[in-house]
Design a protein around this ligand. Sequence first.
Ligand code: ACO
Length: 336
Amino acid sequence: TGCKLVGCGSAVPSLRVSNNDLAKIVDTNDEWISVRTGIRHRRVLSGKENLTDLAIEAAWKALEMADVPPEDVDLILMCSSTGDDLFGSAPVIQKALGCKRNPLAFDITAACSGFLLGLFSASCYIKAGGFKNVLVIGADAVSRFIDWTDRGSCILFGDAAGAVLVQACDIREDGLFGFDLHSDGDGKRHLISTFKENETDDASNENHSVTSFPPKCSSYSYLQMNGKEIFKFAVRVVPQSIEAALEKAGLDGSNNFDWLLLHQANQRIIDGIATRLEVPSERVISNLANYGNTSAASIPLALDEAVQDGKVQPGHVIAAAGFGAGLTWASAIFRW
Ligand code: ACO
């Protein structure tokens, strides 16, 4: 069995926050943010909007483009690290879409590499047999875990959702050519948002005595990031990873694909990787200026925009890579 991408869609919150808006709450300015990152605006969840609704909207659009009814969906993979519910959102999406046969739906947590790990998982489920239509959704609301007084991180992130429908097909039409997937827990400390012990808990309670029971409801700490280390890590590992994925796809060399589609974290990271791979800027997809870093949503969001704009045409081959917290990184070569 082969598998191919047959639809895509995306959705973003209505609140648009400019660099000048951020300059009103932290000591920064439009020029610093634009020059250092390429970001000018980002969308942020507000009011009654939630992430699951964005994911549902993106998934609907992907199904519509593919002309596949929700009852034909066999699997939903919700790739997210910042979902509305700690226990996962995929079953809620399954219910809202009206997938009547109760297909499997679950969440995958792998930060900014999440979407491509979802794409790989979709291909494994299809190739293992039985699954024909798999929705892969990348959706994140990192704004929920941002310290809005930390100018080093609050300028970077935005919220969004993107989705694709992956469909089983004849092996001769196979459109997912090669993957390269990695993680390195040694770099975990460079980007974390860890479970925070409740302040009233007695940290010295090493005897695990009953005085610390029952535990209080706690939460996660704000995102803490060593931006420089993440920057160096991305520019170092991603070119090698894309080359490895191209080799697995039997497409070695930068001229054997049409578009370079990287996780949208920082324009200087994108440019650095493109330069190392000798891909000219005309073949690099970027929409970072309008949305910032939307974590697991960034690749399907940028893909959807490029398809809607007519840049990415049927038959085009895309070299994509995600990278981020974990640390994790993942590359995929696929045909649109
Ligand atoms: N406005 C103005 N000045 C600032 C700002 C700001 N928003 N932020 C930092 N500065 C200052 C710093 O304080 C520093 O001042 P100093 O020289 O007086 O000490 C100076 O600007 C330079 O700061 P650096 O941190 O060295 O700036 P750098 O060029 O490294 O850019 C950035 C920082 C934009 C964060 C960059 O390192 C980056 O983009 N890294 C990648 C981060 C990333 O992609 N993270 C997400 C990964 S995806 C995921 O898994 C969620």
